[in-house]
Design a protein around this ligand. Structure first.
Ligand code: FAD
Length: 379
């Protein structure tokens, strides 16, 4: 059964075709091997107009739905979740500017974002603020010239790429309760007083994730997103979009892992048989595809509900949990099916596996998703 309309199917096929023929798996692999940001592909996607997809028509965008966006993320992540991250982290902040930005901020940032001239990244995490994301210690103090930031942020993906503005969660009122007194500042990554260092992580090698040291870096008042003290509400506002997008991307990557394993099982001969003829391998592949199909359906359900404006926190957490765990499981089994060959970058599976390991941690861990689901079940 196909749940997509003809238009949606066409859109998904279009993204797939561009990835396969114009961007290519080899390019995505090379970016990972070189730990190089995918600038050329980012420009290509911007030129295709795809960065406009979610931006409302009134602001020069295409006014697409979260479902349309999920289909794009599924396709972009086909050859690796990390690759799709470059586009996704940018879009989440653009959408926060659509919702909370002043008219001046919208004019300054949105057209440049849609052209691909300005990127965004999101900086919530800190050494002491992981799952407990509001435990923000980085502080910003108001001065004549604007807000002066001091502290350390961690794991900010994409922050080292050129022309990137960081949506940074900082504490601006130390007397206020934990989730209050937080503010989002739009901080260009070339602001003096910022030291941004790429981290040698196992996953996210191309988009790159960073630690950021701020030592009195100043941004003007015009770079406060929304109201001071409203930071927690603003930075968590895009969580529904973020979790649906990353879940769709996990599914896209997981599907490719299954397809690669299936292809290899047809090619590899041992004991005079193609290895798919061994029942144990056939069953592994059947389980893998079943899990991917189930995850895809859960992601589409959440994306459909969100597109209709329905309350869907439970469904979104279920999709994130299921899709990330599925990516991790099918890539581990993919490694087993490809045998020794799986260890080489050219086989791609080791990259998918590394990214699968990150998927149950980033964007809210599996444990946190289960806690959210349990809460929605009134537990
Ligand atoms: C490659 C990468 C890229 C990232 N990109 C970004 C980014 O762009 N921007 C950003 O702000 N952050 C980013 N992150 C940070 C990411 O969001 C955090 O790693 C994640 O929220 C978990 O925090 P933590 O790693 O500190 O783990 P912790 O919160 O310390 O958790 C450690 C373990 O304890 C468990 N645990 C913690 N609290 C609970 C609880 N209440 N109940 C049950 N179990 C619990 C966790 O599930 C986990 O298993 C990135 C991380 C990675 C690895």
């Amino acid at each position: 059964m196909n749940f997509l309309s003809e238009e949606q199917q066409f859109w998904r096929d279009t993204v797939d075709r561009v990835m396969q023929e114009e961007i290519t798996c080899g390019y995505v692999r090379q970016c990972d091997m070189d730990r190089a940001y995918p600038y050329e592909a980012y420009d290509k996607v911007a030129k295709l107009g795809w960065l406009r997809l979610l931006i409302p028509e009134a602001q020069g965008g295409d006014g697409g739905t979260i479902f349309d966006y999920a289909l794009m993320c599924e396709g972009l992540a086909r050859y690796g979740f990390d690759f799709a991250t470059a586009f996704m982290v940018s879009t989440f902040t653009a959408m926060n500017i659509v919702k909370f930005g002043t008219e001046e901020q919208q004019q300054r940032f949105l057209p440049a974002f849609m052209r691909g001239d300005v990127r965004f990244s999101i900086s919530i995490s800190e050494p002491s603020a992981g799952s407990d994301a509001a435990n923000t210690r980085t502080r910003a103090e108001q001065r004549d010239a604007g807000w002066a930031i001091t502290g350390q942020k961690l794991w900010c993906s994409g922050a080292a790429a050129t022309n990137t503005t960081i949506a940074m969660l900082v504490r601006t009122d130390r007397q206020a309760a934990k989730h209050k007194g937080l503010t989002v500042l739009l901080v260009p990554n070339d602001t003096p007083g910022l030291d941004i260092r790429r981290l040698p992580t196992m996953a996210r090698r191309a988009t790159g994730t960073t630690e950021i040291f701020a030592d009195g870096a100043v941004v003007p008042q015009a770079n406060v997103l929304g109201e001071p003290g409203d930071g927690w509400r603003i930075i968590t506002d895009h969580l529904e979009l973020e979790r649906i997008a990353v879940s769709a991307a996990y599914v896209g990557n997981a599907q490719q892992a299954v397809s690669d394993a299936l292809k290899y099982a047809h090619e590899r001969i041992q004991f005079d048989k193609k290895i798919y003829e061994f029942q144990v391998i056939r069953h592994m592949l059947a389980d893998m595809q079943t899990a991917v199909d189930a995850a895809r359906l859960m992601v589409y359900r959440a994306a459909d509900m969100a597109s209709r404006g329905m309350h869907c926190q439970r469904e979104v957490s279920m999709a994130k949990l299921m899709a990330s765990e599925t990516l991790q499981t099918v890539t581990r089994n993919g490694m087993q099916i490809l045998g020794g060959h799986s260890m080489l970058p050219e086989a791609d599976m080791e990259r998918y596996f590394r990214e699968g390991m990150q998927s149950t941690i980033g964007g809210g861990t599996s444990q946190i998703q289960r806690t959210l689901i349990a809460k929605a079940m009134s537990l």
